[in-house]
Design a binder for this molecule. Structure first.
Ligand SMILES: *[C@@H]1O[C@H](CO)[C@@H](O)[C@H](O)[C@H]1NC(C)=O
Ligand SMILES: *[C@@H]1O[C@H](CO)[C@@H](O)[C@H](O)[C@H]1NC(C)=O
Ligand SMILES: *[C@@H]1O[C@H](CO)[C@@H](O)[C@H](O)[C@H]1NC(C)=O
Length: 262
């Protein structure tokens, strides 16, 4: 076998691995009638394609009956809320049951957005009453989104866990109370409705240096095999299906020519 072809082959393999999209979340969720509203919101907010660009996620899905007023909030706010339901690691019920100390802190897609302050981008999951309870990791947040069932999983790329009700992250659709967060800009009227999110408010919510350093390194500690592909990589917008096809095709052509040469 020609020696010079080996490094080339390796780079092709790497390329096709890093640009692989593991799933189509819209298609997966469409098979579960309990989650049609949730699926619609994920598409409407453009979150579906961001989720598809990931190779390792756990989605906390809200059933139709519990979607509540999420459908009446602004697209921007709904998107922020839904990103707190996307965990940037793989957790199925088996992995939850093996949790050390029966509790852990999870990093969500909201943390990546740069809009999270304090612990808004993290969840706390804790074993309770023979199931698990998810909630915001923000201090004193209510944590009562119970794990109801495992909807589907495809280890170690995607797991969908059905939860009883939306996760409520304090301050996610309005500036946080001054006691627990950097104070909102002085000219922000306190009585403004939560929907009116001016760019200035967004700025006020930008993460502090502390938040950034607090973010755990991309799941190095995770025991899933895909842990060595950093999330940033998976996010690259270049992973269109056409490109993937081209790469796979290139790879096969290469393989075929190697076999022929041999
Ligand atoms: C899981 O994701 C990796 C990329 O991280 C991909 O190569 C692999 O094909 C995916 N597995 C499945 C079953 O889709
Ligand atoms: C994902 O699946 C949906 C529904 O089947 C389809 O409309 C959409 O085009 C798919 N998206 C991609 C990127 O393949
Ligand atoms: C999650 O919250 C519970 C209850 O407040 C707490 O006891 C536990 O230590 C928290 N877990 C983590 C990993 O912070």
């Amino acid at each position: 076998m020609n020696r010079s072809i080996i490094p080339l082959l390796c780079s092709f393999l790497l390329l096709s691995a890093s640009s692989a999209s593991a799933f189509n979340i819209t298609k997966i969720l469409s098979q579960y009638p309990d989650y049609t509203n949730f699926n619609d919101l994920i598409s409407k907010t453009g979150l579906a394609s961001e989720i598809n660009a990931k190779s390792t996620i756990t989605l906390l899905a809200i059933p139709n009956g519990a979607i509540g007023d999420l459908t009446s909030k602004s697209n921007d706010v709904v998107k922020k809320i839904l990103t707190t339901h996307v965990v940037l690691d793989y957790y199925d019920t088996m992995k939850l049951q093996k949790l050390k100390d029966k509790t852990t802190k999870l990093t969500t897609m909201f943390q990546e957005s740069g809009k999270a302050s304090n612990d808004q981008g993290f969840l706390n999951v804790t074993a309770k009453d023979n199931t698990f309870v998810f909630g915001s990791a923000v201090k004193d947040a209510q944590r009562d989104s119970r794990l109801e069932k495992s909807v589907m999983n495809q280890p170690y790329n995607i797991s969908i866990l059905g939860i009883s009700q939306p996760i409520v992250t304090p301050g996610i659709d309005s500036p946080l109370a001054p006691s627990s967060a950097p104070p909102p800009k002085a000219n922000t009227p306190k009585s403004s409705p939560p929907k009116a999110e001016s760019p200035a408010e967004e700025e006020a919510e930008a993460p502090t240096k502390e938040d950034i350093t607090e973010a755990p390194a991309p799941s190095k500690d995770a025991d899933s095999p895909s842990a060595d592909s950093p999330p940033a990589d998976a996010q690259s917008p270049s992973s269109s299906s056409a490109e993937k096809l081209k790469i796979s095709f290139g790879f096969f052509v290469l393989l075929a020519s190697m076999v022929a040469a041999y």
